[in-house]
Design a protein around this ligand. Sequence first.
Ligand SMILES: [Zn+2]
Length: 452
Amino acid sequence: MNTYDLVIRNALVYTMDGVNRVIRGGTVAVQGDRIAWIGQELPESARAAQEIDADGMVLFPGFIDTHIHIFQSFLKGLGADHRLIEWLNLSALPYGEVMTPHQHKLAAQLACMEALKSGCTSMCEFFYTNQDPELAHACIEGMQSTGIRSVFIRTFQDTGTEYGMPSIFIEPADKAMREVEALKRRFHEDDMLSIWTGPDVTWSTTKEGYQTMLEYCRSENVRYSMHLKETEVDNEMCFRCYGKDIVDLLEEIGFLTDRMLAVHCVNLTPEDIRRFAEYGVTISHNPAPNLYLGSGIPPIPESLRAGVNVALGTDGAASNNSTDMLETMKLAALIQKGLHRDASVITADQVIRMATCGGARAIGMEDRLGTLEVGKKADMILFDPRHLKSCPNHDAEATVVYASSEENIDTTIVNGKIVYHKGTFAGGLNEADLVREVALEVEKMKIREKDH
Ligand SMILES: [Zn+2]
C-alpha cells in the first residue's frame, strides 16, 4: 500500500510535458520532494497524509523568475519616468549603498512572498551590493525563510567609476571569486539553493575580469549570468571600453556557453541570435523593465525560431514596480504582438513554456523542474479561475496569460511543501506584519541616504 505525503485530486492538470498532456479530473501524488504519481484516479489502496480537493482549479508547474534584484523591492517608484542611466543614479545605486542587512532580509521576504503569491516557485537573485558580505547573507536567509527555490548570483564590478558606478561596489575579479567561494562554504548548496556568479554591468567589467570569472566558473563548474545589450547606450559604452561589440568580445574569450544566462538582450542582432543558438546561451526576457525604462523590445520570436532557449524575469522592483510573473507573462505576449502587428507571432502556450520549461533549462534543472512528470520535483501551483477577471475560463492557458492576477493563485507548492495557501504563508510569515515592518524600515533607509 502506497502512502503519499500530499495528494491533489480533481484538478485540470497541465503537465507542460513534451506531448502537452492535459488531464481532466487529474490526480497528482507527492512523496517527499517529488511527484510520485500522475493520472486520473489513484489506486483505491493508496493513502495520503494530506489531500487537496482541487475541483474547479488548474494545476500548472510553478513559474521560474530568472532575474531579479531583491533589494530593489524597497525602491518601487523611485526614479520613475527617467531613462536607465538617470534612473540608476536616482534609485538603484544610491539606495544600494545604504541599505542594512536587516533591510536586505526584509526585501527578500517581500519579493519572495509576492512571487510565491503570483505562482512563482523559483527565483534567481542577481546580487550586486557587495560592499559588506553580511548583505548577501541576509538576502539568502530572507529567501530561504520563505521556502522559495533560490539561485543566488553573486556578481561583481571591477571598473566603471568614470561612468557612475559607486567605488564602494568595485573590487578585483579574483577577490570576487573568493567571495563566491566563501558563500558556497557558508551556505549548503543543494536543489533548493544554487550559488552562481556573473559580471554585473557589461561596461563595469574589464576583459581580464571576464576572463578571471570564466576560469573560475570552468574549474568549479559554476553557472553565470549577466546583463547584456539592454540599451543602445550600453552598446556604445561597450564599444568605447573594448573597441568591439560585446558579443564579439564574449565569443572571443569563450564566454558564450550553455552555462550562461543573458539578461535583457534588447539589441541582439540576427548574428548574435545565431551564436546564442549555437552555444546554447539562454535569454532571460524581462518585458516590464524594458518598457518602463524605455529600453525597447527584444527579438524574442526570432530567438525562439532560431532555437534559443528563452526564460522570463521580472527584474528588480525599482524598474518593474512588482515581482509578478503573471503580469510578466502577459506583457511578454502583448508587446511582441503589437510590435510585429501579428497576434500569432507568440502564443500563450509559448509564454507559459518560457516561464516553466524555459526557466528550468535556464537554471540547468530541466531534468528536475519545468514540467509535471513523475520523478520531477513537486514545484506546482493551483490556479483558481473562479474570479471576476478570469471568468469564464474557456482556455486555461489563455486565462493564465491574459486574464489573471494573484487572486487566482490558490496554492503554491515548492519541493513538495505547501508554502502559500489561500492567503497564508508557511514558516510563520505574515503579509500584514511584513508590510508594516517594511514601511518603518523604508523611512530609516531614506534618512540614511540623506545623511550619506
Ligand atoms: Zn537587472
